[in-house]
Design a protein around this ligand. Structure first.
Ligand code: PMP
Length: 309
């Protein structure tokens, strides 16, 4: 099988139809390509079901609304389309990329007058982690760019344009021999990595930055739920980067990476300890539950008032 993303077998759901993979193309003068206005999701298929499908589909719709456009399919229709394309590709396990974007009717900074498109592409992809990373943890460095405040960008939206700084920092980290980079926020507090949320274990408490203007991950919410089920204290609060030195464990979590221990931050080493290991095992059970497509702990993503209008 070719590794190129545009040269594969299978089907992509594109604007209401299942289209052969290689024919899923759109015009170069699309608004989203020029102005970063696409919104997207990353989802995982476990045993044929999409973990937290309802929450991901709701977040996709909410992301578009934060950019002042409406996806012309309801959450229920998006869920149905996702199940259909997973089935058409015969994937019991894998990754899914839904993406909505503004099209090519007019081209200018304003997106007014463009139509909104939606594609859903699933493919076979196991976790992105090597066994070595899972056992020993990944090595991360500190990023230079910071997550912007709500005055500067709609940080709760999973929007293509906001990933520019993530991509630059991830590339910089990889070129310097690290696996990823940790980003501070505009105040200088710890926020997240370039594509995952972060937890620290400090004096037996799970501490995680309060997502004031960055992505409140669906995996993050699931991890908080699992920790509480075990009776472990969880605190969402501002976290100073200096607190990394006090943590007994640090781990990241996101849909693609699931839960990944951090083995070092700029040479300061951590064990992939018992908290992360226990949560990794609990998470594997959670994602295989028959009701895993529901909102679960992610009720904060339930439709906003505009959805009912
Ligand atoms: N932050 C960023 C910047 C991300 O790209 C992701 C992955 N979507 C996350 C956090 C984690 O979000 P989730 O658990 O919903 O995948």
């Amino acid at each position: 099988m070719s590794l190129s993303m545009d040269d594969r077998d299978g089907f992509i759901w594109l604007d209401g139809k299942l289209v052969p993979w290689r024919d899923s193309r759109r015009h170069v003068l699309s608004h989203a390509l020029h102005y970063g206005s696409a919104v997207f999701e990353g989802e995982r298929i476990y045993e044929g079901r999409v973990f937290r499908l309802a929450a991901h589909s709701a977040r996709l719709i909410n992301s578009a609304r934060l950019l002042d456009y409406e996806i012309p399919w309801s959450r229920e229709q998006i869920e149905e389309a996702t199940r259909a394309v997973v089935k058409a590709n015969g994937l019991p396990f894998g990754y899914i990329r839904p993406i909505a974007w503004r099209g090519s009717e007019v081209l200018g900074v304003s997106g007014i007058g463009t139509t909104v498109h939606l594609a859903i592409a699933p493919w076979a992809q196991e976790g992105r982690l090597s066994v070595q990373a899972r056992d020993g943890g990944i090595n991360v460095t500190m990023a230079r760019y910071r997550r912007p405040s709500a005055d500067f960008a709609p940080g709760q939206a999973k929007v293509a344009g906001l990933y520019v700084i993530c991509g630059i920092e991830k590339d910089r980290a990889l070129k310097a021999g690290f696996d990823d980079a940790l980003m501070l926020d505009w105040k200088g507090d710890l926020s997240e990595s370039t594509g995952a949320n972060i937890f620290l274990v400090i004096d037996g408490t799970l501490v995680t930055p309060k997502p004031e203007n960055f992505l409140d991950g669906i995996t993050r919410r699931a991890v908080m739920g699992l920790a509480r089920e075990r009776g472990w204290p969880v605190k969402e609060r501002a976290v100073k980067p200096q607190e990394l030195a006090r943590a007994s464990e640090v781990f990241l979590c996101a849909t693609a990476a699931e839960i990944v221990p951090v083995g070092s931050v700029d040479g300061h080493h951590y064990q992939a300890g018992p908290v992360a290991r226990t949560l990794m095992a609990d998470f594997q059970k959670l994602v295989r539950k028959p009701d895993c497509e529901s909102f679960g702990e992610s009720t904060h993503l339930a439709p906003s008032p505009r959805a009912a209008a």
